[in-house]
Design a protein around this ligand. Structure first.
Ligand SMILES: [Zn+2]
Length: 86
């Protein structure tokens, strides 16, 4: 598993259920997922400042430290309706 993969608690904007999803905090700062309870589409926006971390792949023969950018996420990430324009 990559260092940047994180199990994140997310609150559905529609049914208000809280569930966890495995997301890549080094990936796109805006993701679209679906709620496992009501199947509403969810837009997830990582707030805050991205942070660079150094990660080393373990077990690789010629492992090179690699700098990746991750987002600091709150304990529960609020989702929003992707059909709404901000
Ligand atoms: Zn829901």
């Amino acid at each position: 598993m990559q260092e940047s993969m994180k199990r994140q608690k997310i609150r559905c904007w529609q049914c208000k259920e809280i569930f966890s999803l495995l997301i890549d905090t080094a990936g796109e700062p805006t993701l679209t997922r679906a709620c496992p309870y009501c199947h509403a589409p969810l837009k997830l926006a990582f707030g805050g400042e991205p942070q660079n971390i150094i990660t080393v792949m373990r077990g690789a023969a010629r492992s090179q430290p690699q700098e990746i950018t991750v987002y600091q996420l709150p304990e529960i990430l609020e989702s929003s309706d992707p059909s709404l324009l901000h």
